[in-house]
Every structure is written in structure tokens, then in C-alpha cells.
Design a protein. Structure first.
Length: 295
């Protein structure tokens, strides 16, 4: 959500400057949810750096994943910009560690607080990430796509707050280690160029494929289908929790946070939260679901 922040370091107190609907949706969600904070609701906002890392449903539209996969399948570490913009990156496992640390922290420490998730030293220019990939994937070389120009999105993020206030957050990954692991996984599974460039592992391409086959239109998402199938707030939350296409639900979730809070209460009860812990469970389940939908 920091968007076009420039060259200076920014932290949680810096003014967000989202330049895409995606970034704006995250900022709007924080504003709306923070206004609900009170004795019965303690939202916690985790602003993750750009994710990377292997998973069964890996996304190849994330910078380190993308460059490594392109290098493996084509021999080219292909940059589609001039590579001068800054980007903080964080492994998906370390994002998970941040959620665990926030869940286990005292309420008074995290109540309505915002944390940048990552490691301050893991801020790189895009071309620096490309160089790491070139050094990792044998025979690969950095190349610039035709017309590659400046990327408006550039931000250097200070992540010292989370390490200071949540000492149980102990990230383990760096970009070089992540690139080595991604290369190893690509080799293990024999990634092909058509897999990498196809719709299965890229969010925008997948949404375009849904539109192409008429599953959604350009001005609507899969929300209506999910809402129709859900039976009340609890059913809605179950749909969200089990959906493989969570991102299209995000705008609906932001606009209907009251219903989601009720659903979270139902879910916490079903999971066995005691009465004394239920309000705490509500806020954390809801926060996790919203964060999951936004990623």
C-alpha cells in the first residue's frame, strides 16, 4: 500500500500512497477496521513485504518467484522495468511466523497496531534481486524487456517495530537463500515455461481466464456466487476459508465487516473458544481472514 513512496525510508507512521486498486483496498480495509477497535474488538494490521517462496499453489507474479522461474525456464532473468525501484521482500514462512507472533502477543501490545512484516535489511532494488537470481541459476543472465522503464512503485520499508514489540517473531529467510530454494524446487518438479507463464500460477492471468470463459465479468467478481452459496454469516466465512480464489472476495469483505464479525464469533464458538476468550478470537480470526483475502 506504500506505492510510490520514493527513495526515503518509511515506517508504519508514514503516509501510504497506494497507486493501484489492490493497494487502495488494503488501505481502505485498515481505515474501516481500525474504526471498529474497542473493548470487544482488537484488530491487528500486518503489512507484509512482497512475498516469495515455494508452495503447492505458488504465485509466479511475485518478483523473486518470477525472476527465478523465468531464469530456470528460459535462461533469462527478465526485467520488465529499469530495475531501479526499491522493494522489501519476505518469505511466506516468515509471514506465517509474524501471524503466530501477533496471535501470541498480549492484547495491549497489538491492539489496533500496525506492523510492517519483514526484515529491514531485506530491502533491495529490483536489479539487485535479479543479480541474486543470476548468481543462483546456472547459465542465466539478466536481460531487460523491450521498453523497460521506471516503475512508479518504489518503497524502502523499516521493519524494526515488529522485531522490537514482537520478539517472538524471528524471521529465517533472506533473498539468496530463497532464490536457492526456488531453483531447487524448480529443478525438482521440472517447471516448464508454459506452466510458469500460464494462468494457473498468476493471479491476473487467472482472473482473465475466468472472464474469458464467462465465469466473471470485468465489473463483477465471483462474490455473488460465493454469497449465494453461503447460508448466513457462518456459511460465508466457511466459503471464504475454503475458497481457492480469495482475492475476489476482498472488496465484499471490506464492505460487510459487520457480518464477518458475526461469522467470526460463530466460527470461534465452533472451534471451542471459551466465553472469556471469544472476543479475542473474533478479532484475530477476522484479521487473519481479511489478510488472507488481500494476498
Amino acid at each position: 500500500m506504500y506505492g510510490a513512496a520514493g527513495q526515503e525510508w518509511i515506517d508504519e507512521q508514514s503516509e501510504p500512497n497506494p497507486i493501484t486498486p489492490y493497494g487502495l483496498s488494503k488501505w481502505n480495509a485498515e481505515i474501516e477496521l481500525s474504526q471498529l477497535a474497542g473493548d470487544q474488538f482488537s484488530p491487528v494490521f500486518l503489512r507484509s513485504a512482497t512475498a516469495y517462496g515455494f508452495s503447492p499453489r505458488i504465485r509466479f507474479d511475485l518478483v523473486l518467484n518470477n525472476l527465478t522461474a523465468h531464469a530456470f525456464t528460459s535462461g533469462k532473468v527478465l526485467l520488465k522495468s529499469d530495475g531501479m525501484s526499491w522493494r522489501p521482500i519476505v518469505h511466506i514462512e516468515d509471514i506465517g511466523r509474524a501471524f503466530v507472533a501477533a496471535i501470541g502477543a498480549p492484547v495491549e501490545t497489538v491492539h489496533n497496531e500496525t506492523f510492517n512484516v519483514g526484515i529491514t535489511t531485506e530491502n533491495y532494488r529490483i536489479r539487485e534481486i535479479a543479480q541474486i537470481v543470476e548468481e543462483t541459476v546456472p547459465g542465466s543472465r539478466v536481460e531487460f524487456a523491450a521498453g523497460a522503464g521506471a516503475d512508479k512503485r518504489t518503497y524502502r520499508v523499516d521493519c524494526s517495530k515488529i522485531s522490537r514489540l514482537l520478539p517472538k517473531f524471528r524471521p529465517q529467510w533472506t533473498a539468496p537463500r530463497g532464490a536457492r530454494d526456488l531453483y531447487s524446487r524448480c529443478s525438482e518438479y521440472g517447471l516448464l515455461l508454459e506452466d510458469f507463464e500460464g494462468a494457473r500460477y498468476q493471479r491476473l492471468a487467472y482472473l482473465q481466464s475466468l472472464m474469458a470463459r464467462g465465469a466473471i465479468s470485468q465489473n463483477e467478481t465471483a462474490v455473488s456466487t460465493h454469497v449465494e452459496r453461503s447460508k448466513g454469516p457462518a456459511g460465508l466465512l466457511r466459503e471464504i476459508a475454503h475458497s481457492a480464489e480469495r482475492s475476489p472476495l476482498f472488496w465484499w469483505m471490506v464492505e460487510h465487516h459487520d457480518a464477518l464479525a458475526q461469522a467470526a464469533e460463530v466460527w470461534c464458538t465452533a472451534l471451542g473458544y471459551t466465553e472469556s476468550r471469544q472476543s479475542l478470537g473474533n478479532c484475530r480470526v477476522l484479521s487473519a481472514v481479511v489478510a488472507g483475502a488481500a494476498t
